[in-house]
Design a protein around this ligand. Structure first.
Ligand code: SPD
Length: 287
């Protein structure tokens, strides 16, 4: 019998520029991997949650508004869906949403930190769900920025970047070399998607990210939503494609089944979320 007392309830906060974004809960794991500090908590309100280097990544009952918004604008509208690439995404939530499309035959997921995957599988199994056992999912533990350099041109229908904030190991996921490689490996008719930080808490990073992506692709637009535990709660994802802004036009037949089970995403929500670009961002990116 394990007589170890349960860890005490405390506040776990992400601190950013003089503001705290916190959840009350018990700290279950705090360890240093080769790349970063990893914390797993059991929170009072949102179930188990994961932080990397003190920044919120995911929590069981507050992840759909992040993963649905990152995945479905891209997968609902890419010309084909056979082969998908996920860079990052070690908790499994992005892969889970992609695997809901029967047209998806193969997903490569390139995650830098093996411990993020292991701890997510152990403590947050509901986020990856059945994705971890799905034969279509192929996981490689490697730095996505070096992996992508050696990847064949025109090989993926959708490229999704589900990285952390650009302050630690994910820094290389926000520069023009990396975005150019993402564009190079996309097939014609393909779509690129990335989380693009908060227009409030990370205003400069957000605007620079959208501007960089716009230089590389013919079309790119940010979409806005809410992830309440992230700094400011106001979040963004950016989608890009060549020849036409394909990501604005979900393919109706493809989404019949998928959209029935979404909690947040729908074609109508998506239209409003692209239109919800704040005036200060619109002015800067359309200059
Ligand atoms: N500050 C949060 C940045 C978002 C990072 N991605 C979250 C991972 C969820 N799969």
């Amino acid at each position: 019998m394990n007589n170890k007392p349960a860890p005490a309830i405390s506040w776990v906060d992400e601190e950013h520029q003089g503001v705290r974004y916190g959840l009350q809960g018990r700290v279950l794991i705090e360890e240093k991997s080769k790349y970063q500090k990893i914390t797993v908590i059991d929170s009072v309100r949102y179930g188990k949650g994961l932080l990397l280097d003190g920044c919120w990544m995911v929590a069981e009952h507050q992840e759909k508004q992040y993963h649905e918004c990152l995945v479905h604008p891209a997968l609902s509208s890419a010309e084909k869906l056979s082969k998908i690439l996920i860079i990052g995404g070690g908790d499994g939530g992005t892969a889970r949403e992609c695997l809901r499309y029967s047209e998806v035959h193969h997903i490569d997921m390139i995650e830098i930190d093996k411990r993020v995957v292991e701890l997510s599988q152990q403590h947050l199994p509901s986020i990856g769900g059945k994705a971890w056992d799905d034969p279509r999912l192929h996981l490689t533990i490697q730095d996505g920025t070096s992996w992508i350099k050696n990847t064949t041109t025109n090989s993926y229908d959708v490229v999704i970047v589900d990285g952390a904030d650009p302050l630690g190991p994910a820094e290389g996921l926000f520069n023009s070399d990396f975005f150019s490689n993402c564009q190079r490996i996309l097939k014609p008719g393909g779509i690129f998607a990335t989380q693009s930080e908060s227009p409030e808490a990370f205003r400069a990073i957000h605007i620079d990210t959208v501007l960089l992506i716009r230089k590389i692709f013919d079309y790119a637009d940010p979409l806005y939503g809410w992830v309440p535990m992230y700094p400011s709660g106001w979040w963004s994802w950016t989608f890009a494609s060549n020849e036409q802004p394909r990501y604005k036009h979900p393919i109706p037949e493809r989404i019949v089944e998928v959209s029935k089970k979404c909690e947040f995403w729908s074609p109508r929500w998506q239209k409003g979320a692209f239109d919800a670009i704040p005036a200060f961002v619109e002015r800067r990116i359309n200059k």
